[in-house]
Design a protein around this ligand. Structure first.
Ligand SMILES: *Cc1c(COP(=O)(O)O)cnc(C)c1O
Length: 359
């Protein structure tokens, strides 16, 4: 069996070890005589799985006791609606628009209240993060919203915005667990898990308890209220049981390799290999403002769309797959999430070097 180097933006590469573990447990988990997919979510062995998954995430991120962890269906996009429905008490929120996902979240929120765009990098096709040190935060804003790592454009907030005391809500889908984080700086953190953690279709929400309100917007469906899930340990209905189990495996893998300090350092070194090569290349370039560069998603171009297409084709043949950039920016993009080994990036750079020599 040949595993490729998978640079997909998501669903994305997972650690080989956890896939093998899952395979070995497929027919019989522990001594239960059944696989996790077949198990009642109300059973003892399953409760142990979800409990240890949450405990390991809390350990990894240092999540304080006054924050709840929720495992929710609907992926990240469902949170575009759940956030305003649950948090828009004054029906006002401030959005910083740094790409497509932030823009979609803002448009969704505008259905339920006033969703101000207080900063945007649309003027330069989202190649930078605006200065957020002194923004016109609305006096009655229920929260300030960011997309912390912009998957398509390859930018990342290196400093969180000055929210002037308002609660910060962050979509961290594509930088989840990529480096250490101070949870107390956020009111709510959420991310779809298919970028850096597990299978698609689920979001993890980390929410400060006082934001779990009863006075949500009146039409909010029961299933879309944080309270429903917080009060029921993410088991109001049948949760995505297998997905949670896989996420738990990723958390154990991260803890064993040294937690987020180690992971962040590893990721920075790994990204530097690619950025250093691209910055010194006479063929490839990256248009993102250097101080705002993501260490998870690295877009690059040759400047010639036919040559880009040839590169993607030859890379695929050589076992470096899913390098085509998002349709809105073109070119290439290497997503180098936690499970992408240093060696994969080094080999990609070797391949780019050889391609550059030929063209
Ligand atoms: C992928 C992605 C989303 C969308 O995730 P879905 O689970 O498909 O809804 C939202 N935000 C960011 C930052 C993403 O990278």
């Amino acid at each position: 069996m040949n595993r490729v180097y998978n640079f997909s933006a998501g669903p994305a590469v997972l650690p080989e070890r956890i896939l093998q573990e899952a395979a070995s447990e497929m027919l019989n988990y522990g001594s239960t005589g059944m696989g996790v997919m077949e198990m009642s979510h109300r059973s003892k062995p399953y409760q142990a799985i979800i409990d240890s998954t949450e405990a390991d995430l809390r350990k990894l991120m240092g999540i304080p006791d006054n924050y709840k962890v929720l495992f929710l269906q609907g992926g990240a996009s469902m949170q575009f609606a759940m956030v305003p429905m649950n948090l828009m008490k004054n029906k006002v929120a401030d959005y910083i628009v740094t790409g497509k996902f932030a823009s979609s979240a803002q448009k969704e929120a505008a259905k339920y209240g006033t969703a101000n765009i207080i900063a945007s990098s649309a003027d330069q096709n989202f190649t930078y993060i605006p200065d957020c040190s002194d923004l016109p935060i609305s006096a009655d804003a229920d929260y300030v919203y960011i997309c912390e790592n912009n998957t398509i454009y390859g930018t990342k907030f290196k400093e969180l915005p000055n929210t002037k005391g308002k609660d910060l809500v962050a979509d961290v889908s594509s930088c989840f667990l990529s480096e250490p984080v101070d949870v107390t700086k956020y009111g709510l953190i959420y991310g779809g898990v298919q970028k850096n953690i597990g299978p698609a279709g689920m979001a993890i929400v980390i929410i400060r308890e006082d934001l779990i309100r009863e006075d949500v917007l009146p039409f909010t469906p029961t299933m879309l209220q944080y309270r429903t899930h917080a009060e029921n340990g993410s088991m109001y209905n049948t949760p995505p049981t297998y997905n949670i189990y896989m996420c738990g495996k990723t958390f154990k893998w991260l803890l064993e390799r040294g937690g987020l300090e180690y992971t962040g350092e590893y990721n920075r070194k790994k990204a530097a290999i690619l950025y250093d090569f691209v910055d010194n290349s006479r063929l490839f370039s990256n248009h993102v403002c250097p101080k705002d560069r993501s260490i998870m998603n690295v877009p690059f171009v040759t400047g010639d769309s036919e040559l880009d297409a040839l590169f993607v084709k030859q890379a695929t043949e050589a076992g470096f797959v899913n390098l085509k950039g998002h349709r809105s920016v073109g070119g290439m993009r290497a997503s180098i999430y936690n499970a992408m080994p240093m060696e994969g990036v080094q080999k990609l750079v070797d391949f780019m070097h050889a391609f550059e020599k030929e063209h």
